[in-house]
Design a protein around this ligand. Structure first.
Ligand SMILES: [Zn+2]
Length: 137
């Protein structure tokens, strides 16, 4: 059984970052569709149709043998969302370190500096513009 699956998938593209994001969108749209079904049937039909289209695309891309084209699509997606993904990663790090570190925005250049929490009033030197400012952490 497993060998058959491996043989079947040989030369096919599989799932990438774009596929995972589309799967997430499809699942969210399915849930929204169920909620809409309670009070707005047309909205429910629209959401489930878009969700179905996403699922079709995911399956089409995963079983596609045109690997170059799928790689280019994924590349385009990654390039277009690079800034947003960077910001999300930064906020995730900020949240995970919230107990030990404070993130202070520089009043001059608006960049963030990571400083240890619970040290009282400290002098912070911005890494980017070298401006010094004081802040209580
Ligand atoms: Zn600065």
């Amino acid at each position: 059984m497993r060998d058959k699956l491996i043989k079947f998938m040989y030369g096919r593209y599989g799932v990438d970052e774009l596929g995972k994001v589309m799967l997430g969108c499809a699942l969210v749209l399915s849930v929204v569709s169920m909620i809409f079904n309670l009070f707005w049937p047309l909205g429910s039909v629209i959401c489930s149709s878009v969700s179905f289209a996403f699922m079709f695309l995911i399956i089409f891309r995963a079983f596609s043998k045109n690997i170059n084209r799928r790689v280019m699509e994924n590349h385009k997606y990654l390039a277009r969302t690079e800034k947003l993904r960077g910001k999300l990663k930064f906020y995730r790090t900020m949240f995970n370190e919230r107990k030990n570190y404070a993130y202070i925005k520089c009043p001059n250049c608006k960049n963030y500096s990571r400083v240890p929490k619970g040290k009282g009033k400290i002098k912070i030197t911005c890494r980017v513009c070298k401006k010094q400012f004081e802040k209580k952490v």
